[in-house]
Design a protein around this ligand. Structure first.
Ligand code: FPP
Length: 241
């Protein structure tokens, strides 16, 4: 398979942890705990294939509505995930990044996250982007606020508000748009994930629940992606009459 069919950026909605746990007679939090193995699979696979960016939807701006115990479990899992994996990620030259309203994360997980981002900031391998307290609408609103301040202060003219200047006010402007968005568990929704960036993404919805997700599912998603004809609003190659 030629490397031009390898997506530069894969974004994943890791859905189905709760259902996986229920099916096994476990608690929802056990499903979140089991998610870590699938994250390893995805990170390794992306490293092997030369994918540049892997974004994982770990916690949405809407997820605060979940029971308080589940929210605090996910936050503590974030800390323990970072502590358990930071040496290995660093060894693999993974560069950890994060998008979202990070200032609202609890101080402990936030500090662990900041330290891991700083420690891996000079790495040159896979960019692993965690979407935390992330919402696509919130990101667009935050960009609009930044732009409004710049216009108000005379640093940007209204005519200077373009798709490019808007994109450059997103949380991680250097992140290319996702070529492939995967949502596990069979649900077929975007759920406020990367709304601006996914305008021309290809979507794949494997039935597998996230804790059962493995490199095989990524191979399958890649095969589907490679067979897609991406036209970005234009015509297919050679189709000009
Ligand atoms: C979706 O499954 C999963 C989440 C909303 C949380 C995802 C969190 C993690 C994988 C762990 C934290 C992240 C890191 C990086 C350590 P669901 O609970 O909505 O499943 P369901 O639809 O079956 O209920």
């Amino acid at each position: 398979m030629s490397s031009d069919r390898i997506p530069r950026h894969i974004a994943i909605v890791m859905d189905g942890n709760g259902r996986w746990a229920r099916k096994k007679g476990l608690r929802r939090i056990d499903g979140h705990r089991a998610a870590e193995k699938s994250i390893h699979e995805a990170v390794e696979w992306c490293g092997e294939k030369g994918v540049q960016f892997l974004t994982l939807f770990a916690f949405s701006t809407e997820n605060w509505k979940r029971p308080r115990t589940e929210v605090s479990f996910i936050m503590s899992l974030l800390s323990s995930f970072i502590r358990r994996n930071i040496d290995d990620l660093d060894r693999r030259s993974v560069k950890l990044r994060a998008i979202g309203r990070l200032e609202a994360l609890p101080p402990g997980p936030r500090a662990d996250l900041d330290a891991a981002i700083e420690r891996t900031s000079r790495n040159t391998g896979l960019n692993l982007v965690l979407a935390l307290n992330y919402g696509g609408r919130a990101e667009i609103v935050d960009a609009a606020r930044r732009i409004a301040v710049e216009v108000l202060e005379g640093r940007l003219a209204p005519d200077g508000i373009t798709e490019e200047s808007f994109s450059s006010r997103m949380y991680l402007p250097e992140m290319p748009p996702p070529d492939l968005v995967i949502r596990t568990s069979g649900e077929q929704r975007i759920s406020n994930f990367l709304l601006w960036e996914s305008a021309y993404s290809e979507f794949v919805f494997p039935e597998v629940l996230w804790p059962d997700f493995s490199k095989t599912h990524l191979d399958e998603a890649l095969a589907v992606y490679s067979a897609r004809d991406r036209r970005f609003g234009g015509l297919a190659d050679g189709e000009d009459s």
